[in-house]
Design a protein around this ligand. Structure first.
Ligand code: KIV
Length: 271
């Protein structure tokens, strides 16, 4: 399997070429320099500076409280670590919904102050003007449909979306519209696998799934979840590749024990 190691930097065009060639796209979140460096060196295609930072980094219950300046802080830390991956940054809640001018200003601020490569917005036809205006400034836009966490108070729960026919039909239409507006890719979150496959087969831009099955063009997970650092969050779609909650906890306990027992530092660990 090729991981595009020979390509210096992943661009929006690389991702579209990967879809054409049937090569799956790997994407993970990062919010800080150290994690981004490890993920980029491992050969990831896309790093998402997600507004899930609001949950994972700041401990908020939803993604709504995170601000544009906080997203820029996370994005610029990530950008300093990257050699290869394409970096996508979420426009946070309240910075693009009011009107397209505000959306453009928010996207420009992210690009200018963090050095990111693209932005992601949640929604379909209702944010058409914002998407098109951001694109006119030459800023690549990734879409996001299905479970869109910034609308959690409208949905009421984090359960699977688009199980009913009318919502599924609207989602397929929205995906086609996002392609028409000029989005370079699309995230589909927590929808039935058959529907996600249908979307991926009906548009030419890459579709990256989270809880959307295997028939899409790539996968994204929240890094802290797949590393098993957030042990209380266990949706069906989450595969854990490590149990860092336990191994980090054990390391901390060992350190505390060593300090208390005067085992640390030893002779060789001092000047
Ligand atoms: O903010 C985020 O981490 C996301 C992913 C879940 C796709 O939007």
């Amino acid at each position: 399997m090729s991981v595009h190691k020979e390509i210096k930097k992943i661009t929006t065009h690389t991702l579209q070429e990967m879809k054409r060639n049937g090569e799956k796209i790997s994407m993970l979140t990062a919010y800080d320099y150290t994690m981004a460096k490890i993920i980029d060196n491992a050969g990831i295609d896309v790093i998402l500076v997600g507004d899930s930072a609001s949950n994972v980094m700041a401990g908020h219950e939803t993604t709504l409280p995170i601000t544009l300046d906080q997203m820029i802080y996370h994005a610029s830390s990530v950008i300093r670590a990257i050699n290869r991956a394409l970096v996508v940054v979420d426009l946070p809640f309240g910075t693009y919904q009011a009107n397209s001018k505000e959306a453009l200003n928010s996207a420009i601020k992210i690009m200018k102050e963090s050095g990111a490569h693209s932005v992601k917005l949640e929604g379909g036809r209702e944010i058409k003007d914002s998407i098109e205006r951001i694109l006119t400034a030459g800023i690549p836009v990734m879409g996001h449909l299905g479970l869109t966490p910034q609308s959690i108070y409208k949905f009421g729960t984090y359960t699977v979306r688009a199980k009913e026919e009318d919502e599924a039909e609207r989602l397929v239409e929205d995906a086609k519209l996002l392609e028409q507006y000029g989005c370079f890719a699309l995230v589909l979150e927590k929808i039935p696998a058959a529907l996600a496959t249908k979307v991926a087969n009906s548009i030419t831009i890459p579709v990256i799934g989270i809880g959307a099955g295997s028939g899409v063009d790539g996968q994204v997970l929240v890094t802290h979840d797949m590393l098993g650092m957030t042990h209380e969050f266990s949706p069906r779609f989450l595969r854990r590749y490590a149990n860092l909650y336990e191994s980090m906890g054990n390391a901390f306990k060992q350190y505390i024990g060593d300090v208390k027992s005067k085992n640390f530092p030893n002779e060789k660990e001092q000047y």
